[in-house]
Write a protein that binds this ligand. Sequence first.
Ligand code: RUB
Length: 269
Amino acid sequence: MNNKKRFNQIARDIKEIKIQGARNIAKAALKVYHLNPSKKSKKKLLNLRPTEPMLQNVLEMAEKQNYKKILKHFDDAQDKINKSVLKLIKNNDVLFTHCHSTNVTHSLIYAKKKKKKFEVYNTETRPLFQGRKTARELKKAGIRITMFVDSALGVALSKEQGTKKVSKVFIGADALTKKGVVNKIGSEVIAQVAKANKIPFYVIADSWKFTKKNLPIEQRKLNEVWDKAPKNIKIKNPAFEFVPKKLIKGIISEHGLLSYDKFIKKVLK
Ligand code: RUB
C-alpha cells in the first residue's frame, strides 16, 4: 500500500470507529501524518473526531518535534499508569468500566499479570458496542468480566438483583479540561450513580489529553442509533459528555494518582 492509500485507509478507520479511543486515534494519526506531513493532511486528520485533544496535541507536536520521541510517550506514559493502577487495585475488587479505553484495559491487564485478583463489570456501550471490545480483551487476558446493557448500570452499581458491591469505577477520557473530563456518553450518569452508592470514581488517562480549548461534543450519525428509522422521528446521537471534577475521586496519569485539582496544577506548570 502506498503512503496516500495508507493515509486514506487509516482516516476511514478512525472515522468509522474501527480505530477508536483517544490514544489509539492519536497514535494512528501520528503515524500516517509522519508519512504525509502537510497542512492538508493535518487538517483532514483533525476533522475526523472533533472531541480529541490528544489527536490535536500530538499533531501540533509532530510539526516541530522528533517523531520517535513523541511516539515513545504513549508507551512510557502507559507503563507509569499501569504501576499506579496496580497500587490502587485491592484483591477481590469489583471494578466497573464503560466503553473501551486503552489506558484502562492495559492497566487492568497489567494488574492481572501481576497476580491481582479482581473482576470487572462493564457496559455494552450503545450504539457502537465498544464494551464488547473491552470484554473480549479482558477475557483474553484471563480477567473475569460481566457485561450489562447500558440501562442496567443502576443495578450494576448498587448491589441489586444479585450483583456484587462495586469497589471502584475506572473510566478513560477523551479530554481533560480545567473543570472536569469529557468521555463516552453515559460517563456522567455513571459518575452520579457511583456517587449515590459511595463508590469512588477514578479517571485513568494520559495527561496529553489535556486541553485549554473549548471543545465541541461530537455528534454522530443518526443511523448508528436506528438504521432506516421511520421518517419524522427525531434522533440525537451525542458521542461524549462532560463529567465535572466534583464527581471525580482522583485521576491516574503518568504523573501518578492525584486529586483532579492537583493534576490540573501539574499540567498547567
Ligand atoms: C472512546 C472513549 C474512551 C476514551 C479513552 O470513545 O470514550 O474512554 O477515548 O480511551 P470512542 P483511551 O469509541 O467513540 O472513540 O484510553 O483508549 O485513550
